[in-house]
Design a protein around this ligand. Structure first.
Ligand code: NAP
Length: 264
C-alpha cells in the first residue's frame, strides 16, 4: 500500500510526520506523494482541508485520516500518543471506509466564458468586493428571495461545525446528503426581506445565486479565497464525489460535537 503524509508545518507536526513515515516504512509500506492510497494529515482540521484539495483529483482512490497536534478536530481525531496503534492499523489493511458528502460550486460568467467548478469539504461563501452583497437566491430554478447583507455561506454536513456554526447554522450529521445555506448579517426591515433562517437542501435540489447589479465577488472554497469577475451565476449542489475517511475505531460524530463544543 502507498501512503503520503501532510503536515501543518510546525515543529511538533513535522516531528510526528517523520515518526509516522519511519514507522510505516518499517512496515514495508511505500511512500508515494503522487498516488497515495491513504493520506495521513498531521496538524488540525485546517491541515486536512489542504490535504483534501491537494488530492481532490483522486478522491475515489485515496482515503484520509487525520492526527491532531493541537485541539481535538472533526477531521483530525487521532492524538499523537495513539500513532503506534494507528500505524499498525494502517499496515493491517483492509480498513473500514466512511464517506462524507462534498459541495459542488459551479461559477458561470457573463459573455459565456468557461465555467469554473470547485469541490469543497467545508463550505463556499460569497461576499461582495465592497459594500453590501445583493444577490437573488433561486432554489430548484425558482426565485426564492433577494438577499442583501454581508454574505452567504453554503456548507457541507461535515463543514456545518465550522463557519456555518458561527453563523447560527444547524449541525448536520455527515450521513445526511445535503447542503446548508446560511446568511451573514442580512438586512431585514420593512423594505428588504429574507427568510432569516438557515435552509437545508436535499441532494437533488440546487441553489443558485444571481447578481443583481455588481458582478464581481469574493468566493471562498474552504480556505481559498478567489475573486471572480463578471459573474452570471453561482450554482451549488451536493457533489457526486465524496471524501473517504479510513476508519479504524468508532468515534461517533455526536461525541466529537460534544467533546469539541460542550465539554471534554
Ligand atoms: P483558520 O482561520 O486558520 O481556522 C479556522 C478554524 O476552523 C480552525 O480552528 C479549524 O480547526 C476550524 N475548522 C476547520 N474545519 C472545521 C470543521 N469542519 N469543524 C469544526 N472546525 C473546523 O482557517 P483554516 O484552517 O484555513 O480553515 C478554513 C476554514 O475556516 C473554513 O473552511 C471555515 O469553515 C473556517 N472559518 C470559520 C470562520 C468562523 O468561524 N467565523 C470564519 C472564516 C473561516 P483546526 O485548528 O483544527 O485547524
Amino acid at each position: 500500500m502507498k501512503f503520503a503524509i501532510t503536515s501543518k508545518g510546525d515543529s511538533k507536526s513535522n516531528a510526528l510526520m517523520h515518526k509516522i513515515r519511519a514507522y510505516l516504512l518499517d512496515f514495508k509500506l511505500t511512500y508515494d506523494e503522487q498516488k497515495p492510497d491513504i493520506v495521513i494529515s498531521v496538524g488540525g482540521d485546517g491541515t486536512l482541508l489542504y490535504a483534501f484539495h491537494r488530492y481532490s483529483g483522486r478522491l475515489d482512490k485515496t482515503a484520509f485520516v487525520g492526527v491532531h497536534t493541537g485541539h481535538l478536530g472533526f477531521y483530525a481525531d487521532w492524538v499523537p500518543e495513539e500513532i503506534e496503534k494507528l500505524v499498525i492499523a494502517i499496515a493491517r489493511t483492509p480498513y473500514q471506509i466512511i464517506e462524507y458528502p462534498l459541495l459542488e460550486t459551479i461559477i458561470r460568467y457573463q459573455g459565456g466564458g468557461k465555467e469554473t467548478r470547485y469541490l469543497a469539504l467545508n463550505e463556499s461563501t460569497v461576499k461582495s468586493v465592497d459594500g453590501t452583497l445583493v444577490m437573488d437566491v433561486e432554489i430548484r430554478g425558482e426565485h426564492f428571495e433577494r438577499f442583501r447583507g454581508d454574505g452567504l455561506c453554503v456548507s457541507t454536513p461535515s463543514g456545518s461545525t465550522a463557519y456555518n456554526k458561527a453563523l447560527g447554522g444547524a449541525i448536520l450529521h455527515p450521513s445526511i446528503r445535503a447542503l446548508q445555506l446560511a446568511e451573514m448579517a442580512s438586512i431585514n426591515n420593512r423594505v428588504f426581506r429574507t427568510v432569516g433562517s438557515p435552509l437545508i437542501l436535499p441532494a437533488h435540489h440546487t441553489c443558485t445565486l444571481k447578481p443583481v447589479n455588481r458582478r464581481d465577488f469574493l468566493v471562498t472554497i474552504d480556505h481559498l479565497t478567489l475573486l471572480h469577475k463578471d459573474v452570471k451565476s453561482i450554482q451549488y449542489r451536493v457533489a457526486n464525489e465524496k471524501i473517504r475517511f479510513a476508519r479504524f475505531r468508532p468515534f461517533p460524530f455526536w461525541k466529537r460535537v460534544h467533546d469539541s463544543f460542550v465539554s471534554n
